[in-house]
Design a protein around this ligand. Structure first.
Ligand SMILES: *Cc1c(COP(=O)(O)O)cnc(C)c1O
Length: 398
């Protein structure tokens, strides 16, 4: 058996039950994309022609008129906003992020201004956009948005994510209706969404996906939608998009991942993931202080996760100390801990190699047994966790 590439270069061989995380290397790239990337790497191609081919594949899968591949979904937000500001004015494209036409206001609902690792609003500002927040964190009504639109409004951005506030805001259809009534294009950040068609169907003008999340493509972003807006975003490759460029391998890799997506055994994958969740539930049910719940994805992706709720007194350990014990163990298991201060974390079954689900189950059992057997309750202050994280990154590369 060949050595794990990660151990051979001194990296920890992490098991990912966290989800599709940039910080962990996104997703398992599908074999079709790997093969496509190796086949094109030694060849020269005319990049704009390759992007034309990508456009056709993206159009077929998304139902949009055109599309192209860029560095990331975050890059896609910047490029789509830049395109909405400059149109096809090549001089304006070179002048960004200074904006000559001054039609650069971009509406976003306040409850959508989240961080996916960097702030949504920064991706807009990078493109010369002036962010106009609409409504309050947990409340946007039609009147907020109607009054926010001016003659300077270039676009409106809508974020679909488990990170956004999930009540009290305008839904996409209403958002689109209000924007379109005043001729404002709608750009949807659907980075981590499974349905490639629904947002354009609901009236979005441009939709953005990550190539490296559900699709299992290389690190990349997909821009799709109305031809003119997609073209104006594409033209930014001669401007702010230069620093967000992708090579032939990513363009061709995404095309292959999209074609593989059409043929993927989606039901079979779901079944496999369900079997992992059932195994973990069997492992956890009946343990003192542990509640294991199988819950659907909050944005309706066809995916369930396991919520593991920890009663500190009963389990003798906090949810975050358990998460840290798993992450620090051998092999390291990284759980989904965005909300761990609420005393639960999630296990995400969609980025596992077969067999790893058993390791996850036995490590959970091991750490819970150990905690239960301990006379002291393992409870470090939650504040130390994020402090540690930022102290760590500020020391990089040590
Ligand atoms: C992951 C994510 C992004 C960033 O996507 P990248 O392709 O990694 O840049 C943006 N928005 C949302 C909602 C995300 O989940």
């Amino acid at each position: 058996m060949s050595e794990d590439i990660r151990t051979s270069i001194g990296l920890r061989p992490v098991i990912n039950v966290s989800g599709t995380m940039t910080s962990l290397g996104a997703s398992i790239v599908v074999p079709e994309a790997i093969a496509a990337m190796s086949s094109i790497l030694p060849q020269f191609v005319e990049i704009n022609d390759l992007q034309r081919k990508a456009s056709a594949v993206i159009a077929r899968l998304t139902g949009g008129e055109a599309g192209f591949v860029t560095a990331s979904c975050s890059a896609g937000i910047s490029l789509a906003v830049a395109g909405a500001i400059t149109g096809n004015n090549l001089l304006a494209i070179e002048k960004l992020p200074d904006v000559v036409p001054e039609k650069n206001e971009v509406l976003v609902q306040m409850g959508h201004v989240v961080s996916y690792g960097a702030p949504v609003d920064q991706a807009i500002r990078l493109a010369g956009g002036k962010v106009v927040l609409v409504g309050q964190a947990t409340s946007t009504h039609r009147f907020h948005m109607e009054h926010a639109i001016t003659e300077k409004t270039a676009a409106a951005v809508y974020v679909v994510s488990h990170h956004v506030v999930d009540y009290g805001l305008l839904n996409l259809k209403e958002f689109v209706e209000i924007a379109h009534a005043r001729g404002v294009p709608v750009i949807v950040d659907a980075a981590s969404e499974y349905d490639l068609k629904i947002f354009l169907e609901q009236g979005a003008d441009v939709v953005l996906y990550s190539g490296h999340k559900f699709l299992g493509g290389p690190t990349s972003g997909i821009v799709a939608g109305k031809k003119e807006l997609v073209r104006n975003a594409f033209l930014q490759n001669m401007g702010v998009g230069r620093g967000m460029k992708v090579g032939k391998e990513s363009i061709f890799g995404v095309m292959a991942a999209l074609e593989a997506w059409e043929r993927r055994d989606h039901a079979g994958i779901r079944e496999r993931e369900t079997s992992y969740l059932n195994l973990w539930k069997q492992t956890l049910d009946g343990r003192p202080g542990v509640t294991a719940l199988i819950e659907p994805d909050p944005t309706n992706n066809p995916l369930d996760r396991m919520r593991v709720i920890i009663d500190t007194e009963e389990a003798h350990i906090t949810a975050w100390d358990l998460a840290d014990a798993l992450g620090g163990g051998s092999p390291p298991i990284i759980v989904r801990d965005h909300e761990v201060e609420h005393r639960y974390f999630y296990l995400d079954p969609c980025n596992l190699h077969p067999g790893q689900e058993k390791i996850v189950a036995s490590r959970l059992a091991e750490e819970l047994d150990k905690a239960r057997a301990s006379n002291e309750i393992i409870a470090t202050p939650i504040e130390n966790r994020s402090k540690r994280r930022f102290e760590g990154v500020l020391k990089w590369p040590d």
